[in-house]
Design a protein around this ligand. Structure first.
Ligand code: GDP
Length: 363
């Protein structure tokens, strides 16, 4: 399963957010075996209102959401790339994730110390991004000498060297490596480095409850910087989310109404992270269950079958496929069939977001 790492300076609300994510997963997903692999790793249900709609059509006995993993990576501080404050260890943890959720503090609270003594999310973003970039630079510089020598005789090394030089240039301009345009071969040649600033990143602007509906000047500043980097921003309130967890179900809506919002930002954050990871959802539905499954964007039908069971992939014959919208418009599989909306797709079919699929296979 792909993993997103939650990073940010101390006291910005990372753990509060992570705990809310995990608590929600436990509450929402009574139907799938919840597991906490390590204390800082949570398997989180991906909220999807289409599940209930499909379950109503199929009269499913149960609904099973798909999942995504979050890791709380605490402890990143200024100087981390030089090994300060267990820095290298945390950077190594980030190297293992597939995408980064960068939490920035956009709330004022005199009781909660800010590491730099003032709330300044744009500066905070720069501090973290600089540490990540310095770690990447150190890694590239270490690698490039060796590659230069090898490039005299080896074609593979020449490709890697070209990639490293382009990356070095971008990083030296103070930009993240993800903005570096590489050919697919170059990209493949440097993937093993796990460059931190080449991982997809999203910003979570953590605002106070009264700012959740509108955002505030800090979150607007975060948005401006993110836009220049081509990154997305989700406005969340870790505080609201942690309060929601503690409220009885029947009081939650009132609380959200009083803030003028429909959610605390967590659902948006999960969905945005899922997209950031390059993931998409297809469904299976029937009287037993309606279930969401995850495949990488661009996956073909047999790969989707394999997510359910390896036998389905091995013996794949075809996938009876209908789009979510078509099925909802018909309100039943039999009507959809009469209208000819159920397609029989073969092994080269590229799965589309929201496909409802039934696999035919040989055992
Ligand atoms: P971390 O170090 O980034 O993991 O930060 P924590 O999640 O431990 O939060 C640090 C402190 O800030 C805790 O006391 C939280 O309760 C508090 N906190 C987190 N988010 C908010 C928020 O949105 N508003 C306010 N006022 N406090 C928050």
């Amino acid at each position: 399963m792909l993993r997103a790492g939650i990073v940010g300076l101390p006291n910005v609300g990372k753990s509060t957010l992570f705990n809310a994510l995990v608590a929600n997963a436990k509450a929402e997903a009574a139907n799938f075996p919840f597991c906490t692999i390590e204390p800082n790793v949570g398997v989180v249900a991906v909220p999807d209102e289409r599940l209930a709609v499909l379950a109503a059509i199929s009269q499913s006995a149960q609904v099973v959401p798909t999942r995504v993993e979050f890791v709380d990576i605490a402890g990143l501080v200024k100087g981390a790339s030089k090994g300060e404050g267990l820095g290298n260890q945390f950077l190594a943890n980030i190297r293992e994730v597939d995408a980064i959720v960068h939490v920035v503090r956009c709330f004022e609270d005199d009781d909660i110390v800010h590491v730099a003594g003032r709330v300044d999310p744009v500066e905070d973003m720069a501090v973290i991004n600089l540490e990540l970039a310095l770690a990447d630079l150190a890694q590239i510089e270490k690698r490039i000498e060796r590659t230069r020598k090898a490039a005299r005789s080896q074609k593979d090394a020449q490709i890697e060297l070209a990639a490293l030089e382009k990356l070095l240039m971008i990083l030296n301009e103070g930009k993240p490596a993800r903005l570096c345009v590489l050919t697919p071969e170059e990209d493949a040649a440097v993937r093993f480095l796990g460059l931190l600033t080449r991982k997809p990143m999203i910003y979570a602007a953590n605002v106070a409850e009264q700012d959740l509906a509108t955002g505030n000047d800090w979150s607007a500043a975060v948005q401006a910087v993110a836009q220049a980097e081509g990154a997305e921003v989700v406005i969340v309130s870790a505080q609201v989310e942690s309060e929601l967890v503690d409220l009885p179900e029947e009081d939650r809506q009132d609380y959200l109404d009083s803030l003028g919002v429909s959610e605390g930002g967590l659902r948006s954050l999960i969905r945005a992270t899922y997209k950031l990871l390059g993931l998409q959802t297809f469904f299976t539905t029937g009287p037993k269950e309606t279930r969401a499954w995850t495949v990488p964007m661009g996956a073909k039908a047999p790969q989707a079958a394999g997510v359910i069971h390896s036998d389905f992939e091995r013996g794949f014959i075809r996938a009876e496929t209908i789009s979510y919208d078509d099925l909802v418009a018909c309100q039943s599989m039999s009507v959809a069939k009469e209208k000819g909306l159920i397609r029989s797709e073969g092994k080269d079919y590229v799965v589309q977001e929201g496909d409802v699929m039934l696999f035919r296979f040989n055992v």
